[in-house]
Design a protein around this ligand. Structure first.
Ligand code: CA
Length: 646
């Protein structure tokens, strides 16, 4: 897992000094991606080119700290170039064996007070990442960052796929921001955000035939989560810190660090096709595990009553029904969601947990994170927000055979909240608990940093299909965004595969699902999260065709490899994922017309496949098919329909 560090010769670098301007370039190993750092009149900028096309124009770098200004009058001191390579295994995301290689440029600058800042760039074949390092400054041993200049300047003609940051303390019981806003696809550059608070990561951009996905990684308790500002008239987004009212106004919006310090990596996946975006592993390549796994965490599938049967199902009888459902399906987990403390109580809960254990179904148990940062009334409350309460609760959970917790309703992106996420994860590891976050921020490299971390919501998840018809009407559109944006940078706890036609308990009221059954099955493969709580209900066992349920019994949730096959964000998507020797190809279509595509599947050893499709009228069908001698197969995906090949 250690990086092999090789000092490189000057082949990768062009160092030009023209009059007052210092210019240094660093290239990707394949030489197609180029970052150029420029110091001009004491200001530092960078630009990004791919295949000689400028994708990010001169964009500012630097930061202003309370006790050190690194934003202007910077003097170039020195630079260092080296190759960074590494190899690691990760059992919880899109790929399990990962090798990476990048060229790293470290440029050191000093301000007039002779305080030093290092600007670090890593450039791999399809990814750029940068961060700042600040060494110990004589007698100063900590730094509070007031603002970053870090920017991203796009060319005119770039189109955007962005989601707005919600105003702090807005939304249900003042629980926002929770990364649950809608994305706008293909919007022109310069479109103001819905709430005037900028945009959350990840953010996708399209310029000519090029794609760029911005996000960040390596955000631990040592910094705040950042977002993108509103865009200026000349196409510049800058890094913005949390809003003052996040976390109920408590805690600073400014990050503070012990020196020597390193800021989180800001990442830019770049390519002339969407493969570079969907398959990026930069979020994990750039970070290291922050602690060892104390237990051998096992992932899998689960059932949960709350999604389709809602709050009324938090009673002993219904929970038993869903334990039994999990056992019937061969699922590893049951998620016991909100209100169990009130409706069951701890004594009855112990009976339920024992029942699950006897059935061979491991429980995940829901908690409210708070705390004082919102008014969400669901309990249990006040069990996860202090170390004392948390450890006591976790000791009980471990004793009862609970394998994971789902913690909901967090207070935003302030460093104080990042510390809470980290403390929950770290304590949970001591008690053998995996962690899912809901009502939460975007995970930023957490699958690798925290070995018991599973996934976060940070998406308009399946609950919205129950809440509004609008979400059902847009289900296919949103499903065609996630693999390119949200799920490209981190595990996504979506809670999907809804096989009821009407999304209520008796399958006879509530919102109406517009997508086909095979569409739903396809999302089990398209959406990646190492533990998937599927929205299946007992009636599905008898009402759906048997082949659908058989598939749901065997579909895996962890992947060794992921390959982008075809698609366009918001329109359609086809991916292939491998678990062991077995490949699953899944696609869905959000366009009005039926999509006819020829899939080239060279990686498949088998030529005979099972194919599921939503036929005309979205009627589910299964058949055996064969690839032709060129390993191709032509398929049709209906509007709002899906396809699965395996
Ligand atoms: Ca939610």
């Amino acid at each position: 897992m250690k990086h092999n560090i090789l000092i490189l010769i000057f082949l990768f670098i062009a160092f030009i000094s023209v009059a007052q301007e210092q210019k240094i370039s660093v290239f990707s190993p394949d030489n197609l991606l180029q970052v150029t750092l420029v110091e001009n009149g004491g200001n530092v900028f960078y630009s990004v080119n791919y295949k000689d096309v400028e994708l990010l124009q001169q964009s500012p770098l630097g930061l202003v700290a309370v006790r050190g200004n690194f934003s202007e009058n910077l003097k170039f001191i020195s630079h260092k170039l080296q190759t960074i390579s590494g190899k690691y295994t990760l059992n919880r995301t899109k790929q399990s064996e990962i090798e990476h290689k990048s060229n790293e440029l470290v440029c050191s600058f000093a301000n007039p007070q002779k305080q030093q800042i290092d600007i670090v760039f890593r450039v791999s074949n399809n990814n750029v990442a940068f961060c700042y390092r600040i060494p110990q400054i004589s007698d100063i041993s900590n730094i509070i960052v007031e603002r970053e200049l870090s920017g991203f300047r796009f060319a005119e003609g770039t189109s955007t796929f962005l989601t707005p940051q919600a105003p702090a303390l807005s939304g249900w019981q003042h629980s926002k921001p929770s990364y649950e806003e809608e994305y706008t696809a293909d919007a022109p550059l310069g479109t103001p955000s819905k709430y005037g608070e900028g945009y959350t990561f990840p953010a996708l951009f399209h310029y000519q035939n090029f794609w760029l996905l911005l996000s960040e990684t390596g955000v631990s308790s040592k910094y705040c989560g950042a977002r993108l500002s509103e865009v200026t008239t000349d196409g510049l987004f800058t890094i913005a810190f949390p809003q003052m009212l996040e976390n109920n106004g408590v805690g600073s919006v400014l990050p503070a660090m012990l020196l020597p310090a390193q800021t989180p990596w800001r990442t830019i996946a770049v390519g002339d096709n969407l493969k570079a975006i969907v398959e990026t592993t930069a979020q994990f390549d750039l970070v290291e595990p922050l602690y060892e796994a104390k237990y051998d965490y096992k992932f899998g599938r689960g059932t949960w009553s709350w999604i389709m049967w809602q709050d009324a199902s938090m009673n002993y009888k219904d929970q038993i029904t869903f334990v039994d459902l999990a056992a019937t399906l061969g699922y590893e987990f049951i998620l016991i969601d909100a209100l169990w403390d009130k409706n069951l109580g701890y004594a009855k809960m112990e009976e339920l947990l024992q029942y699950a254990k006897n059935k061979g179904v491991a429980p995940f148990v829901w908690y409210n994170s708070n705390g004082f940062w919102n008014d969400a009334p669901q309990g249990p409350k006040g069990k996860m927000n202090t170390a004392i309460d948390r450890k006591k609760e976790m000791a009980w959970l471990q004793k009862m055979g609970v394998k994971g917790i789902k913690v909901d309703f967090f207070g935003g992106d302030k460093q104080e909240t990042m510390r809470l996420y980290e403390d929950i994860l770290s304590d949970a590891n001591d008690y053998g608990l995996m962690v899912i976050f809901h009502g939460a921020t975007l995970p930023r490299g957490w699958e690798r940093m925290y070995p018991n971390y599973v996934g976060s919501e940070a998406v308009l998840a399946s609950e919205n299909l129950i809440f509004t018809q609008h979400a059902c009407d847009n289900e296919a559109f949103n499903a065609c965004l996630h693999p390119f944006i949200r799920n490209a940078v981190g595990s996504m706890e979506f809670g999907g595969v809804l096989l009821n036609k009407r999304l209520n308990r008796d399958n006879d009221g509530g919102t109406t699902r517009k997508t086909g059954d095979i569409f739903q099955l396809a999302t089990a493969v398209l959406f990646q999260n190492a533990v998937q709580m599927f929205a299946l209900t007992p009636n599905n066992l008898t009402e759906q065709p048997a082949f659908e349920i058989d598939f749901m019994k065997t579909v895996p949730t962890t992947w060794d490899e992921t390959i982008f096959i075809d698609g366009y964000p918001g329109k359609y998507v086809v991916l292939a994922r491998r678990n062991g020797e077995k490949w699953y190809i899944a696609g869905v279509n959000a366009e009005k017309q039926t999509k006819k595509i020829t899939l080239k599947l060279d990686f498949l050893k088998e030529k005979n496949l099972t194919k599921f499709t939503d036929e005309k009228g979205l009627l589910p069908k299964t058949e055996n098919v064969k690839l032709n001698k060129n390993n191709e197969i032509t398929v049709e995906i209906q509007s709002n329909g899906g396809i699965v090949l395996f």
